[in-house]
Design a protein around this ligand. Structure first.
Ligand code: ZN
Ligand code: ZN
Length: 385
């Protein structure tokens, strides 16, 4: 039987434009939909015919060849330009499900973001995002740092330029799924969609896989990356390096690399957001008499704080702007110094003598405070007062 004219098959004028061709195909596809034509044995063949016609006419190159040479363009490997083995398009679709998936794509592809790159159906999978845990010191988090990290990842294969095909040969569109990567099949009332078994969802098959990467288009490799860690990072801060994740399959886009920051605990400083806290021991006499103490700061320098006379243990002093820098705008935090008044130990007999004398003087000076119970009482009195 002679092949029907492709324009006739789609019910459009000869030389119709892309929009008209698409419209024609859509209405044919709906009309010939297998769900509606269970009782018409011809429908399946017509459906395939429409699919074949559309496959040619939607592709400007193939359409031009068809307009010039008719069906002869696709016989004996002439023209076409599709790169499919064996020439010809019709009747090669493995099963009905695969033909349908092509239609399905054309009917709904526009609404689903048009993931297919044109008519070729190249379905190159995007590489995975990678996570890299990076532990930094509090000093590094304060100052920021440039760090070189080694990321075990996969990179595009040099040997085949990421295509997965050996020696400059091109991957070809999978005949089972027509490049969709999925096949649909009717099972009772349900239409199920599953990954194409021929190409494992890639939409393409490689006749002659690259020997270096076995056709994956990427190879495992440690990559060395220089990362800029900004000042002010905290545990849980994520730094995204776009496109530095795993390479895509067969030339697909790379994933992203996320660096998860973990700031190590510090011997001296505790952090709460932008503020830093530290406990500084002071002698009992300094706390009682007042004075000034020198404290280390996170920038590596030293700061001086005044201790008011009569300071109790736990009293907090603030050094303004000596905390952590803000990661996103705003000024730096403060540093809080909590006094830890130390009770003297290992006293000499002279020191003990002086302390006893001090005690006696204290009782004379303020007898009520000599016992624990009376100090509790005076505390409550002061609370009520
Ligand atoms: Zn390769
Ligand atoms: Zn396939």
């Amino acid at each position: 039987m002679a092949k029907r004219d492709y324009y006739d098959v789609l019910g459009v004028q000869k030389g119709a434009n892309a929009d008209e061709i698409k419209k024609g195909f859509r209405s044919k596809a709906k009309e010939l939909h297998p769900d509606r034509n269970a009782d018409k044995p011809d429908a399946e063949a017509q459906f395939k015919e429409a699919n074949e016609a559309y496959d040619v006419l939607k592709d400007p190159e193939k359409k031009a060849a068809y307009d010039r040479f008719g069906h002869a363009a696709f016989e004996g490997g002439m023209g076409g330009g599709g790169g499919r083995p064996g020439g010809g398009f019709g009747g090669q679709q493995g099963d009905f499900g695969s033909a349908f998936s092509d239609v399905f794509d054309d009917l709904f592809g526009d609404f689903m973001g048009g993931q297919r790159g044109g008519g070729g159906g190249r379905r190159a999978a995007r590489g995975s995002d990678l996570r890299y845990n990076l532990r930094v010191t509090l000093e590094d988090a304060f100052a920021g740092l440039q760090k070189t990290i080694n990321v075990p990842t996969s990179v595009s294969c040099d040997s085949c330029d990421g295509s997965g095909a050996e020696g400059g040969s091109e991957p070809t569109t999978c005949p089972t799924c027509s490049g969709m990567g999925k096949v649909r099949a009717q099972q009772g009332f349900f239409t199920v969609e599953r990954t194409c078994p021929t190409c494992s969802g890639m939409g393409q098959i490689i006749q002659n896989p690259c020997k270096v990467c076995s056709g994956a288009g990427r190879v495992e490799k440690d990559r060395s990356l220089s990362v800029n860690i900004p000042a002010g990072v905290e545990t849980g801060t994520r730094i995204r390096l776009a496109g530095e994740g795993e390479a895509g399959m067969r030339g697909g886009p790379s994933g992203d690399l996320y660096i998860f920051i973990d700031v190590a605990t510090h011997d001296l400083f505790e952090r709460d957001g932008k503020n830093l806290f530290c406990r500084v021991p002071v002698s009992m006499s300094s706390a009682a008499l007042g004075g000034s103490i020198e404290v280390p700061t996170i920038d590596g320098g030293r700061g001086r704080v005044q201790i008011p006379a009569g300071s109790q243990s736990g009293r907090q002093m603030r050094l303004r702007s000596k905390g952590m820098p803000a990661l996103r705008g705003g000024g730096p935090g403060d540093m809080f110094i909590e006094l830890a008044v130390e009770t003297p130990v290992n006293l000499t007999s002279r020191q003990k003598e002086l302390l006893r004398e001090f005690e006696e003087l204290s009782e004379e000076n303020n007898p009520e405070s000599s016992s624990f119970f009376s100090s509790v009482k005076s505390f409550w009195d002061s609370m009520k007062g």
